[in-house]
Design a protein around this ligand. Structure first.
Ligand code: GDP
Length: 306
Protein backbone atom coordinates (compact mmCIF):
# COMPACT_ATOMS: atom_id res chain seq x y z
CA UNK A 1 0.00 0.00 0.00
CA UNK A 2 2.88 2.26 0.85
CA UNK A 3 4.50 1.52 -2.45
CA UNK A 4 1.32 2.59 -4.30
CA UNK A 5 1.10 5.81 -2.28
CA UNK A 6 4.72 6.50 -3.03
CA UNK A 7 4.19 5.92 -6.73
CA UNK A 8 1.12 8.18 -6.86
CA UNK A 9 3.01 10.90 -5.03
CA UNK A 10 5.92 10.53 -7.43
CA UNK A 11 3.84 10.89 -10.60
CA UNK A 12 1.78 13.75 -9.15
CA UNK A 13 4.90 15.75 -8.26
CA UNK A 14 6.02 17.91 -11.20
CA UNK A 15 9.48 16.79 -12.21
CA UNK A 16 11.45 16.48 -15.43
CA UNK A 17 11.26 12.65 -15.81
CA UNK A 18 7.49 12.68 -15.22
CA UNK A 19 7.00 15.35 -17.89
CA UNK A 20 9.23 13.55 -20.35
CA UNK A 21 7.60 10.14 -19.85
CA UNK A 22 4.12 11.71 -19.91
CA UNK A 23 4.98 13.61 -23.08
CA UNK A 24 6.32 10.49 -24.77
CA UNK A 25 3.15 8.56 -23.96
CA UNK A 26 0.96 11.35 -25.35
CA UNK A 27 3.02 11.50 -28.56
CA UNK A 28 3.74 7.84 -29.18
CA UNK A 29 0.41 6.17 -28.39
CA UNK A 30 -1.49 7.79 -31.31
CA UNK A 31 1.41 7.08 -33.68
CA UNK A 32 1.62 3.43 -32.62
CA UNK A 33 -2.16 3.08 -32.82
CA UNK A 34 -2.11 4.56 -36.32
CA UNK A 35 0.66 2.21 -37.48
CA UNK A 36 -1.09 -0.77 -35.95
CA UNK A 37 -4.46 0.08 -37.55
CA UNK A 38 -3.05 0.84 -41.03
CA UNK A 39 -0.90 -2.28 -40.96
CA UNK A 40 -3.80 -4.53 -40.06
CA UNK A 41 -6.15 -2.97 -42.62
CA UNK A 42 -3.88 -3.35 -45.66
CA UNK A 43 -4.80 -7.03 -45.61
CA UNK A 44 -8.53 -6.48 -45.40
CA UNK A 45 -9.00 -3.82 -48.12
CA UNK A 46 -10.41 -5.61 -51.16
CA UNK A 47 -9.18 -4.66 -54.64
CA UNK A 48 -11.62 -2.27 -56.26
CA UNK A 49 -13.02 -1.40 -59.66
CA UNK A 50 -14.31 2.14 -60.19
CA UNK A 51 -17.56 2.61 -62.11
CA UNK A 52 -17.77 6.07 -63.61
CA UNK A 53 -19.13 8.05 -66.55
CA UNK A 54 -21.58 10.88 -67.24
CA UNK A 55 -25.04 11.03 -65.74
CA UNK A 56 -27.68 8.92 -67.50
CA UNK A 57 -25.19 6.51 -69.09
CA UNK A 58 -26.36 3.56 -66.98
CA UNK A 59 -23.91 3.26 -64.06
CA UNK A 60 -26.57 2.80 -61.41
CA UNK A 61 -28.41 0.26 -63.57
CA UNK A 62 -25.20 -1.73 -64.07
CA UNK A 63 -24.27 -1.54 -60.42
CA UNK A 64 -27.72 -2.76 -59.39
CA UNK A 65 -27.82 -5.50 -62.03
CA UNK A 66 -24.48 -6.94 -60.89
CA UNK A 67 -25.41 -6.59 -57.24
CA UNK A 68 -28.64 -8.55 -57.75
CA UNK A 69 -27.02 -10.99 -60.17
CA UNK A 70 -29.43 -10.29 -62.99
CA UNK A 71 -32.76 -9.71 -61.25
CA UNK A 72 -34.37 -6.54 -62.61
CA UNK A 73 -35.01 -3.64 -60.25
CA UNK A 74 -35.67 0.07 -60.10
CA UNK A 75 -32.64 2.36 -60.21
CA UNK A 76 -32.11 5.27 -57.88
CA UNK A 77 -30.19 8.50 -58.45
CA UNK A 78 -26.74 8.23 -56.96
CA UNK A 79 -25.75 11.19 -54.82
CA UNK A 80 -22.58 9.83 -53.23
CA UNK A 81 -20.47 6.81 -53.97
CA UNK A 82 -21.65 3.34 -53.01
CA UNK A 83 -19.83 0.03 -53.19
CA UNK A 84 -20.94 -3.54 -53.71
CA UNK A 85 -18.83 -6.62 -52.99
CA UNK A 86 -18.64 -8.96 -55.99
CA UNK A 87 -16.63 -12.06 -56.83
CA UNK A 88 -15.18 -13.70 -59.92
CA UNK A 89 -14.09 -17.30 -60.12
CA UNK A 90 -10.35 -17.72 -59.62
CA UNK A 91 -10.28 -20.93 -61.63
CA UNK A 92 -10.89 -19.47 -65.05
CA UNK A 93 -12.00 -15.89 -64.48
CA UNK A 94 -14.88 -16.64 -66.82
CA UNK A 95 -17.71 -17.10 -64.33
CA UNK A 96 -21.02 -15.47 -65.24
CA UNK A 97 -22.12 -12.47 -63.21
CA UNK A 98 -25.22 -14.55 -62.41
CA UNK A 99 -23.22 -17.28 -60.61
CA UNK A 100 -23.38 -17.45 -56.85
CA UNK A 101 -19.79 -18.53 -56.30
CA UNK A 102 -20.21 -19.07 -52.56
CA UNK A 103 -23.04 -21.53 -53.17
CA UNK A 104 -21.07 -23.24 -55.95
CA UNK A 105 -18.15 -23.84 -53.58
CA UNK A 106 -15.63 -22.34 -56.05
CA UNK A 107 -12.62 -20.30 -55.03
CA UNK A 108 -13.51 -16.72 -55.70
CA UNK A 109 -11.62 -13.45 -55.95
CA UNK A 110 -13.60 -10.80 -54.19
CA UNK A 111 -13.50 -7.17 -55.20
CA UNK A 112 -15.47 -3.99 -54.65
CA UNK A 113 -17.36 -2.31 -57.47
CA UNK A 114 -17.52 1.36 -56.53
CA UNK A 115 -20.24 3.46 -58.16
CA UNK A 116 -19.72 7.21 -58.38
CA UNK A 117 -22.20 9.93 -59.26
CA UNK A 118 -21.77 11.35 -62.77
CA UNK A 119 -23.47 14.66 -62.01
CA UNK A 120 -21.11 17.63 -62.52
CA UNK A 121 -20.65 18.81 -58.95
CA UNK A 122 -20.33 15.32 -57.56
CA UNK A 123 -17.56 14.23 -59.89
CA UNK A 124 -14.86 14.96 -57.33
CA UNK A 125 -15.83 11.69 -55.65
CA UNK A 126 -14.35 9.87 -58.62
CA UNK A 127 -11.43 12.23 -58.90
CA UNK A 128 -10.06 11.66 -55.40
CA UNK A 129 -9.93 7.94 -56.12
CA UNK A 130 -7.77 8.43 -59.21
CA UNK A 131 -4.78 10.15 -57.61
CA UNK A 132 -1.70 8.05 -56.86
CA UNK A 133 -2.64 7.90 -53.18
CA UNK A 134 -6.31 7.28 -53.97
CA UNK A 135 -5.60 4.36 -56.31
CA UNK A 136 -3.20 2.78 -53.84
CA UNK A 137 -5.35 3.16 -50.73
CA UNK A 138 -8.43 1.73 -52.49
CA UNK A 139 -6.33 -0.87 -54.38
CA UNK A 140 -7.91 0.27 -57.62
CA UNK A 141 -7.42 -2.38 -60.33
CA UNK A 142 -9.51 -1.07 -63.21
CA UNK A 143 -11.88 1.70 -64.26
CA UNK A 144 -15.16 1.10 -66.09
CA UNK A 145 -16.37 4.26 -67.87
CA UNK A 146 -19.99 3.83 -68.97
CA UNK A 147 -21.19 5.84 -71.99
CA UNK A 148 -24.61 6.09 -73.61
CA UNK A 149 -23.77 4.82 -77.11
CA UNK A 150 -27.33 5.57 -78.27
CA UNK A 151 -26.98 9.30 -77.54
CA UNK A 152 -23.30 9.75 -78.40
CA UNK A 153 -24.12 11.06 -81.88
CA UNK A 154 -25.67 14.14 -80.22
CA UNK A 155 -22.96 16.85 -80.06
CA UNK A 156 -23.69 17.96 -76.47
CA UNK A 157 -23.72 14.38 -75.14
CA UNK A 158 -20.45 13.64 -76.95
CA UNK A 159 -18.87 16.86 -75.60
CA UNK A 160 -19.97 16.18 -72.02
CA UNK A 161 -18.93 12.50 -72.14
CA UNK A 162 -15.52 13.31 -73.65
CA UNK A 163 -14.75 16.11 -71.21
CA UNK A 164 -15.42 13.78 -68.26
CA UNK A 165 -13.37 11.02 -69.90
CA UNK A 166 -10.55 13.53 -70.50
CA UNK A 167 -10.39 14.29 -66.77
CA UNK A 168 -10.43 10.60 -65.81
CA UNK A 169 -7.65 9.72 -68.29
CA UNK A 170 -5.60 12.78 -67.31
CA UNK A 171 -5.83 11.77 -63.63
CA UNK A 172 -4.59 8.26 -64.52
CA UNK A 173 -1.79 9.78 -66.60
CA UNK A 174 -0.69 12.16 -63.82
CA UNK A 175 -0.53 9.27 -61.38
CA UNK A 176 2.44 7.94 -63.36
CA UNK A 177 4.22 11.31 -63.36
CA UNK A 178 3.80 11.71 -59.62
CA UNK A 179 6.33 9.26 -58.21
CA UNK A 180 7.18 11.14 -55.03
CA UNK A 181 6.05 8.22 -52.86
CA UNK A 182 8.06 5.05 -52.48
CA UNK A 183 5.36 2.80 -53.95
CA UNK A 184 5.57 2.76 -57.73
CA UNK A 185 2.30 3.13 -59.67
CA UNK A 186 0.99 -0.01 -61.38
CA UNK A 187 -1.06 -0.47 -64.59
CA UNK A 188 -4.75 0.50 -64.38
CA UNK A 189 -6.74 -0.46 -67.51
CA UNK A 190 -9.93 1.39 -68.51
CA UNK A 191 -13.00 -0.11 -70.15
CA UNK A 192 -15.35 2.13 -72.11
CA UNK A 193 -18.65 0.30 -71.72
CA UNK A 194 -20.66 1.43 -74.75
CA UNK A 195 -24.11 0.97 -73.22
CA UNK A 196 -27.69 0.89 -74.62
CA UNK A 197 -26.78 -1.22 -77.67
CA UNK A 198 -30.43 -2.40 -77.63
CA UNK A 199 -31.49 0.99 -79.05
CA UNK A 200 -31.28 1.41 -82.82
CA UNK A 201 -29.46 4.75 -82.57
CA UNK A 202 -26.55 3.08 -80.71
CA UNK A 203 -23.15 3.57 -82.31
CA UNK A 204 -21.05 0.41 -82.75
CA UNK A 205 -17.96 0.10 -80.51
CA UNK A 206 -15.57 1.14 -83.27
CA UNK A 207 -17.47 4.36 -83.91
CA UNK A 208 -17.72 5.06 -80.17
CA UNK A 209 -13.93 4.77 -80.05
CA UNK A 210 -13.22 7.05 -83.01
CA UNK A 211 -15.86 9.65 -82.01
CA UNK A 212 -14.41 9.88 -78.51
CA UNK A 213 -10.83 10.02 -79.81
CA UNK A 214 -11.71 12.86 -82.14
CA UNK A 215 -13.54 14.79 -79.41
CA UNK A 216 -10.72 14.19 -76.87
CA UNK A 217 -8.25 15.53 -79.45
CA UNK A 218 -10.42 18.62 -79.88
CA UNK A 219 -10.59 19.18 -76.10
CA UNK A 220 -6.82 18.78 -75.91
CA UNK A 221 -6.28 21.46 -78.55
CA UNK A 222 -8.74 23.84 -76.87
CA UNK A 223 -7.18 23.38 -73.46
CA UNK A 224 -3.62 23.86 -74.69
CA UNK A 225 -4.71 26.97 -76.58
CA UNK A 226 -6.17 28.22 -73.30
CA UNK A 227 -2.76 27.76 -71.71
CA UNK A 228 -1.05 29.66 -74.51
CA UNK A 229 -3.60 32.49 -74.39
CA UNK A 230 -3.28 32.89 -70.64
CA UNK A 231 0.43 33.55 -71.15
CA UNK A 232 1.64 30.36 -69.49
CA UNK A 233 4.34 30.07 -72.16
CA UNK A 234 5.40 33.72 -72.08
CA UNK A 235 8.14 33.25 -69.50
CA UNK A 236 9.76 30.64 -71.75
CA UNK A 237 11.23 28.72 -68.83
CA UNK A 238 11.22 24.97 -68.32
CA UNK A 239 8.48 25.10 -65.71
CA UNK A 240 5.96 26.54 -68.15
CA UNK A 241 6.78 23.77 -70.62
CA UNK A 242 6.37 21.24 -67.81
CA UNK A 243 2.93 22.56 -66.92
CA UNK A 244 1.88 22.33 -70.55
CA UNK A 245 2.96 18.71 -70.75
CA UNK A 246 1.19 18.09 -67.45
CA UNK A 247 -2.19 19.11 -68.85
CA UNK A 248 -1.69 17.44 -72.21
CA UNK A 249 -3.42 14.07 -72.54
CA UNK A 250 -1.46 11.32 -74.33
CA UNK A 251 1.67 11.68 -76.43
CA UNK A 252 2.93 15.23 -76.00
CA UNK A 253 2.76 17.30 -79.19
CA UNK A 254 1.00 14.62 -81.28
CA UNK A 255 -1.49 15.96 -83.84
CA UNK A 256 -4.29 13.49 -83.10
CA UNK A 257 -5.33 11.80 -79.90
CA UNK A 258 -5.49 7.98 -79.93
CA UNK A 259 -6.35 5.77 -76.96
CA UNK A 260 -3.19 3.78 -77.68
CA UNK A 261 -1.18 6.81 -76.51
CA UNK A 262 -2.34 5.98 -72.97
CA UNK A 263 -0.22 2.79 -73.01
CA UNK A 264 2.81 4.90 -72.24
CA UNK A 265 1.09 5.77 -68.96
CA UNK A 266 0.20 2.14 -68.17
CA UNK A 267 -3.46 2.51 -69.11
CA UNK A 268 -4.83 0.18 -71.77
CA UNK A 269 -8.20 1.40 -73.13
CA UNK A 270 -10.81 -1.03 -74.53
CA UNK A 271 -14.24 -0.20 -75.97
CA UNK A 272 -16.88 -2.95 -75.69
CA UNK A 273 -20.58 -2.72 -76.60
CA UNK A 274 -23.30 -4.00 -74.32
CA UNK A 275 -26.67 -3.26 -72.80
CA UNK A 276 -28.25 -3.52 -69.39
CA UNK A 277 -31.92 -3.49 -70.42
CA UNK A 278 -33.60 -4.68 -73.63
CA UNK A 279 -32.30 -7.18 -76.20
CA UNK A 280 -28.64 -7.29 -77.14
CA UNK A 281 -25.29 -8.68 -76.09
CA UNK A 282 -25.95 -7.85 -72.42
CA UNK A 283 -23.20 -7.28 -69.89
CA UNK A 284 -21.30 -10.59 -70.22
CA UNK A 285 -18.38 -9.14 -72.19
CA UNK A 286 -17.95 -6.33 -69.67
CA UNK A 287 -18.10 -8.83 -66.79
CA UNK A 288 -15.40 -11.03 -68.30
CA UNK A 289 -13.24 -7.94 -68.97
CA UNK A 290 -13.53 -7.01 -65.26
CA UNK A 291 -13.01 -10.63 -64.18
CA UNK A 292 -9.85 -11.07 -66.21
CA UNK A 293 -8.40 -7.82 -64.82
CA UNK A 294 -9.06 -8.98 -61.25
CA UNK A 295 -7.74 -12.52 -61.76
CA UNK A 296 -4.74 -11.34 -63.82
CA UNK A 297 -3.78 -9.17 -60.92
CA UNK A 298 -4.33 -11.99 -58.39
CA UNK A 299 -2.11 -14.17 -60.58
CA UNK A 300 0.63 -11.53 -60.57
CA UNK A 301 0.49 -11.33 -56.82
CA UNK A 302 0.84 -15.11 -56.40
CA UNK A 303 3.68 -15.08 -58.89
CA UNK A 304 5.44 -12.32 -56.96
CA UNK A 305 5.13 -14.27 -53.70
CA UNK A 306 6.81 -17.40 -55.12
P1 GDP B 1 -26.51 6.76 -64.33
O1 GDP B 1 -26.92 8.19 -64.19
O2 GDP B 1 -25.25 6.61 -65.13
O3 GDP B 1 -26.43 6.03 -63.03
O4 GDP B 1 -27.62 6.07 -65.23
P2 GDP B 1 -28.86 5.15 -64.79
O5 GDP B 1 -28.40 3.81 -64.39
O6 GDP B 1 -29.70 5.93 -63.82
O7 GDP B 1 -29.60 5.02 -66.18
C1 GDP B 1 -30.15 6.12 -66.88
C2 GDP B 1 -31.33 5.66 -67.73
O8 GDP B 1 -30.87 4.81 -68.77
C3 GDP B 1 -32.35 4.85 -66.94
O9 GDP B 1 -33.61 5.26 -67.31
C4 GDP B 1 -32.09 3.41 -67.38
O10 GDP B 1 -33.25 2.62 -67.32
C5 GDP B 1 -31.61 3.60 -68.80
N1 GDP B 1 -30.74 2.51 -69.25
C6 GDP B 1 -29.68 2.00 -68.61
N2 GDP B 1 -29.12 1.00 -69.33
C7 GDP B 1 -29.85 0.88 -70.46
C8 GDP B 1 -29.75 0.01 -71.62
O11 GDP B 1 -28.89 -0.85 -71.75
N3 GDP B 1 -30.67 0.23 -72.59
C9 GDP B 1 -31.65 1.17 -72.49
N4 GDP B 1 -32.50 1.28 -73.50
N5 GDP B 1 -31.77 1.99 -71.42
C10 GDP B 1 -30.89 1.85 -70.42
Amino acid sequence: MDALKHFVELIMTPSAPVFIIGGLIVLLVPILMHLWVTKSTTYTVLPSVLLTGPSGAGKTSLHTLLERRGSPSETHTSQTWSAVELAVSEDDGASSFRDDLDAGGKTASKFLLVDTPGHGKLRHYAHGRLTLEGTQSTRLKAVVFVVDAAALAEPDVLADTASYLYDVLLALQRRIGNTSTSKAPYAIPLLIAANKTDLFTALPAKLVRTSLERELGRIRRTRSKGLLDSGADASGDMAAGGDDADDWLGEYGSAEFKFDQMREFDTEVDVISGNITGDGPGVDAWWSWIGSRITAWQGDRKHAKN
